[in-house]
Design a protein around this ligand. Sequence first.
Ligand code: NAP
Length: 449
Amino acid sequence: MAGGARSIDRVNDGLRVAVVGSGPAGFYAAGALLAGGAEVDMLERLPTPWGLVRLGVAPDHPKIKSVSRAFEKIAAQEGFRFLGNVEVGRDIEHDELLELYDAVVYAVGAQTDRRMGIPGEDLPGSSPATEFVAWYNGHPDFQHLQFDLSGKRAVVIGNGNVAVDVARMLALTKEELDPTDTTEPAIEAIANSGIEEIVMVGRRGPAQAAFTTPELIELGELAGADVVVDAADLEGAEPKDTNSERNLEVLREYAQRVPTGKPRRIVLRFFRSPTAILGDDRVTGIELVRNVLDEDERAVPTGETETLDCSVVFRSVGYRGVALPGVPFDESRGTIPNEGGRVGDGVYVAGWIKRGPTGVIGTNKKDATETVELLLADLNDAPRRGRTFDDVEALLREKNVKHVLYEGWTAIDERERTAGEPLGRPRVKLCTWEELLEAAGVAAERNPT
Ligand code: NAP
């Protein structure tokens, strides 16, 4: 191993590490730390674990969500503790973590959306995809949102897998939504929406699209929506890699399809960038400019514009990390500056806050393992702080923080699954802080953010 990093299967006695964030990167880091003999306290601002696996992965993708079983096995290991409802920077400070633990691993993901910087971006009816995704997945901070889906056309900006998720979710029928854990208000809103056409807009060509082929194939298999592709957009497209080659094959087949008259259509458009979102009080349309690609495959606007009427726009142009008080932050990249996961002074990072918002869930395993190997090598011979979990609990008590232990989460989990059973759903999610904390056996005394 490079740089004398020790193997993570050796015992690292007495090492206590705080992992902040309970998504895939946090759990893979915890797994590697436990394997290395460390104790792990996982701090999470929500009362529930799994991060984007619970609140980001589309509810009609239960297979992807089932990765949580691997996380459950990590959580069951000796030396692991879950501390939900504890927000770093609000309930406990970064400096306090450094006092209480030998090291801190931030695996907090990328909690906000990238901006496009065009007029009308904040008009009512224009939303970041991140908010829509959090809403239909039952994130307790996003349930107050309302999405007016009464209009005929929705536009989704972006050509990544999140854009595909949003376009597909908007097109699902009640029969497709019913067996999922989509929230009831979202099922109602989507199933009864007036939307007839969902236009997904990519600024570059079909060969440059970021979405992956299995996700693209799903768009062609929907019960209630036809998929439409203009063959002209595919002319001269040169595949860049295997994914792009497979995508092009699927897109060519779509371009030959004749719409079968399903109630909705998903239209994939390429070489178009939004230049303005139009409307006075709320979205009524979007202006798009036609792009060509330069020699580096960057989108260059031609000046030729068109206007599309639409009532909602979902901006799905990538996530962005958020700075933590007291922790260094690279504003341009939206990440915590690090080398291989090491930030310095006992601070480490894993996942999207380390490398940016790219890759699939499994990518985080290698990413987190790299970080933990460095951490264990760094701290192998370092003196331990000698603090215990009692010290952590004492501080939380002093600050009146009502933390949710793993048993609190399993109580939530059981309540949700039980509610889902008679409906043939995997679960009916508890979607408010009050319900979640009550089910976890914690009094909801504090006003959530
Ligand atoms: P992404 O894959 O990085 O896609 C972002 C898209 O936004 C790209 O098409 C990008 O185009 C476009 N874009 C960026 N800035 C733009 C602008 N100013 N105007 C117009 N378009 C713009 O990100 P994501 O979709 O948010 O997904 C994040 C990660 O999660 C990805 O790695 C994704 O694969 C993963 N994910 C996976 C699944 C799954 O496996 N089912 C589901 C959801 C998410 P350019 O290419 O031109 O920059």
